[in-house]
Design a protein around this ligand. Structure first.
Ligand code: NAP
Length: 288
């Protein structure tokens, strides 16, 4: 099967490329520098040239702060471009997979969010991602949307990705407290996304690892695993601060955004491993 991966220079995109190759798919991938998904007519032209059977859109403006600063860009990349790609894929008979986020929810629910729960976004990013999902499915009812949350992996810009390096260097690590959610090792995320695509399912699915965590619990587990492997851990204390005290986290994020994965597990016919397993896999990958 020939797969076209958009946003291939990003965290999830890079793992999607590796996992697709591991599955012996024919892979064509484009980074932002190679292909801007929001350019006029780009979807139509690329589909005509590449003739893929499957398109996975991993491109997105993921910085919440940048989305607030540049709402026009956020709207274009997180909402309008996915709609255009969904529509063109539908026209060309190509399957389309789009990635979503837990940040479309406000965190007021007290049990895990279901795929069919109504979005209640708190930020520009959340609003545009929620509207993007809606428009993708309206433009192409056969599209598949896989929502991720707190993704971590090699070379990632996310806090969880950088955490092992921080724990190895800093005695006191201060991180955002008061938030509970799902998380996913990008390697597992790419397996879930491709498994769902191969099952040819449509609509919205949650693609996170089992269990829920906080950044503090995640850090403490990382320390435990790193010490068990005999790695050097300088960190002696993990301190939670309120989010507004952490530089770069000024835009509101949901206090609770655990995603329910029962339907994904049912469709896949397998249990998705717990996040602790994903963390162990990540630490092994980066040699910690
Ligand atoms: N990372 C997470 O924790 C997380 C959580 C929930 C959901 N998600 C979703 O997962 C998907 C993948 O995100 P990620 O984790 O891989 O984040 P990422 O590392 O920020 O990757 C996104 C990629 O898209 C690229 N991009 C931005 N604008 C583009 C454009 N106009 N055309 C083509 N590419 C463009 C970015 O390039 P630049 O970096 O150069 O701008 C980046 O390489 C997104 O849909 C995101 O909403 C991610």
């Amino acid at each position: 099967m020939k797969v076209l991966i958009l946003g291939a220079g990003g965290l999830t995109g890079r793992y999607l490329v590796c996992e697709s190759k591991r599955r012996e798919m024919e892979v064509v991938s484009y980074t932002k520098q190679e292909l801007d998904i929001s350019k006029a007519d780009i979807a139509q032209d690329t589909l005509a040239n590449e003739k893929p059977e499957l398109v996975i859109n991993s491109a997105s403006v993921t910085s919440l702060e940048l989305c607030e600063e540049n709402p026009v860009l956020s709207r274009k990349v997180n909402c309008e471009a996915p709609e255009a790609w969904a529509k063109e894929c539908g026209r060309a008979g190509v399957r389309f997979v789009h990635l979503g986020t837990d940040y479309i929810f406000d965190g007021k629910k007290t049990s895990a969010y279901l795929p069919q729960d109504l979005p209640t976004p708190l930020s520009r990013y959340g609003k545009d991602k929620a509207e993007g999902e809606k428009r993708v499915l309206r433009a192409n009812p056969h599209a598949l949307i896989v929502r991720l949350a707190w993704v971590f992996g090699h070379g990632g810009k996310t806090f969880m990705s950088k955490l092992p390096g921080i724990l190895a260097e800093k005695r006191v690590v201060e991180l955002a407290g008061g938030r509970t959610g799902s998380c996913t090792y990008a390697g597992e995320a790419s397996r879930i996304i491709l498994d769902l695509a191969e099952k040819r399912v449509e609509g919205i699915f949650h693609g996170v690892q089992a269990g829920e965590t906080t950044w503090k619990r995640f850090a403490e587990k990382a320390i435990e695993l790193m010490k068990k492997e005999g790695r050097s851990v300088v960190c002696e204390e993990v301190r939670e601060l309120s989010q507004d005290k952490i530089p770069g986290l000024q835009v509101p994020r949901p206090a609770f955004s655990t995603l329910d994965i029962l339907e994904t597990e049912r469709v896949l016919g397998r249990k998705i491993p717990k996040w602790e397993k994903g963390l162990a896999e990540y630490l092994k990958e980066i040699g910690w």
